[in-house]
Design a protein around this ligand. Structure first.
Ligand code: ITT
Length: 188
């Protein structure tokens, strides 16, 4: 029989779910996976995209849920690919990004986690600074082989503790505090 959860992560991306599950477990939150493609509006604001995605997710899953929208923002490319990170990864990919960069390799990863249920639509965001490596390093998903977080010489793909410092970890930490406080005061 299928297990029922108090809260679901809705996404098409199983790598994101695997990380979200591990991170939330460390905060004592169990989460189920509702795998589906979500509507992504075109906007320069991750927060607007995330809110729309969360409403679309709720119309499909019909249970309390979170979704996540991420963007990789590269300084020398004026923030590109930003809200288009998913599309850019599927088209030019990591090698395409490496070919676009010269000396300035500074970048940021941002995560927005949005919670949605019948009453609430609440977002939590976090960023991590870093640089884009000069070549692919390590085996990881998405941009992990090219993103080196600040204070590290290794890419996300090479690091063992990505889930203790990533943009996703920081946004989920904020969400967990809010969620557990609400649960404790029977406000959910
Ligand atoms: P959803 O169904 O949840 O929307 P998605 O993969 O389309 O899944 P996003 O729109 O948030 O998700 O995509 C941002 C892209 O950025 C994603 O497809 C990855 O390629 C990349 N990405 C996000 N977080 C990452 C991480 O921690 N490490 C590596 N790449 C990441």
């Amino acid at each position: 029989m299928q297990q029922l959860f108090d809260i679901y992560f809705v996404s098409s991306n199983k790598h994101k779910y695997q990380e979200v599950k591990k991170i939330l477990n460390t905060f004592g939150i169990e989460i189920g996976f509702f795998k589906t493609e979500l509507e992504e509006i075109q906007s320069n604001s991750l927060k607007d995209i995330a809110k729309k995605k969360a409403k679309d997710a709720f119309s499909k899953c019909k249970k309390p849920l979170i979704i996540e929208d991420d963007g990789l923002f590269i300084d020398s490319l004026s923030g590109f690919p930003g809200p288009y990170s998913s599309y850019v990864f599927q088209t030019i990919g990591n090698v395409g990004i490496l070919n676009l960069l010269k000396n300035n390799r500074k970048a940021k990863f941002e995560s927005i986690i949005t919670f949605c249920d019948k009453k609430n639509l609440q977002s939590f965001n976090a960023k991590i600074s870093g640089t884009i490596s000069k070549s692919l390093k390590g085996k990881g998903w998405g941009y992990d082989p090219i993103f080196t977080p600040i204070n590290s010489s290794k890419t996300f793909a090479e690091l063992k503790n990505k889930n203790q410092l990533s943009h996703r970890y920081k946004a989920l930490k904020k969400f967990s505090k809010w969620y557990l406080d609400r649960q404790e005061s029977n406000d959910l």
